[in-house]
Design a binder for this molecule. Structure first.
Ligand SMILES: [Zn+2]
Length: 261
């Protein structure tokens, strides 16, 4: 064989190998089984280093080394995860709160796409929203729940604390003290209430006094999300066809209170 032919064969095999190594795992249609490479979130260069599949929850936090399981003293739930940096900061905040007589308990943290879809589809098919049709049903559910692919809980940076109702934080003596403590101190640890009372014109979800976001990581993730996710990313769940007309990205994902630097 001529030297040239050998060269062609060699290049062919190298390309074939390279292509294989970039392939998705075989079971790519099942998000829960995806075990993606970890990413790190650079403070500068927005979007470099961020895996797009993390933005929409297409991963399994139990198998992702960017995430850590939340220790028992911080949560009443089993097998809940946060990004490691967010968990480290939460631990510091939790300790300070404890010293001042405030108990912080994580009720929910990272939820991947599969998990969020189960919440969404259950609500869609349940009796509570049955009187609404099409986009109206989606809008009702969206008062407090996200469409799969659009939840901040996908990012591993956000936690729901203590009680999933504003009333507890407004009327219960412990709830009032807890909320006052969070409003005064959580920001020092990077945690902010991103779903405020909407008096400032914020769009999207209703106020959630329990939902706190670790912005040092969540802010670059949000910026990346807004620059890369499109309507085509919302599919394979009930009512997905309404995502665009409802303005899931513009009104809901973007409808957050973020303090000015
Ligand atoms: Zn939440």
């Amino acid at each position: 064989m001529k030297r040239f032919q050998w060269l062609v064969i060699l290049v062919f095999f190298q390309l074939a190998f390279l292509n294989c190594s970039l392939d998705m795992p075989a079971n790519e249609t099942d998000p829960i089984t995806l075990n993606l490479q970890t990413d790190s979130l650079p403070a500068t260069a927005i979007c470099s280093g961020i895996n797009e599949l993390h933005l929409t929850g297409q991963f399994n936090p139990a198998k992702d080394t960017s995430f850590a399981i939340i220790p028992n003293q911080f949560t009443s739930k089993k097998q809940v995860f946060l990004r490691k940096e967010a968990l480290d900061s939460f631990e510091l905040m939790w300790n300070e709160a404890q010293d001042e007589g405030i108990d912080l308990t994580i009720l929910s943290a990272t939820r991947n796409w599969t998990y969020q879809r189960s919440i969404w589809n259950r609500k869609w098919n349940g009796t509570r929203y049955a009187e609404f049709d099409g986009s109206e049903r989606a809008i009702e559910i969206l008062k407090y729940s996200s469409m799969p692919g659009s939840s901040r809980h996908h990012w591993g940076t956000d936690v729901d604390l203590n009680a999933l109702e504003n009333e507890w934080f407004e009327s219960d003596i412990v709830g009032v003290a807890t909320y006052a403590w969070l409003k005064q101190h959580a920001g020092r640890f990077g945690f902010h209430q991103v779903y405020g009372d909407q008096k400032n014109g914020r769009t999207g979800y209703r106020e959630e006094k329990w939902h706190w976001s670790y912005l040092p990581l969540a802010k670059p993730l949000l910026d990346c999300y807004l620059s890369s996710i499109t309507t085509g990313d919302f599919q394979q769940f009930e009512g997905a066809q309404w995502a665009d007309s409802i303005g899931i990205v513009e009104l809901y994902v973007q409808g957050v209170d973020i303090p000015k630097p």
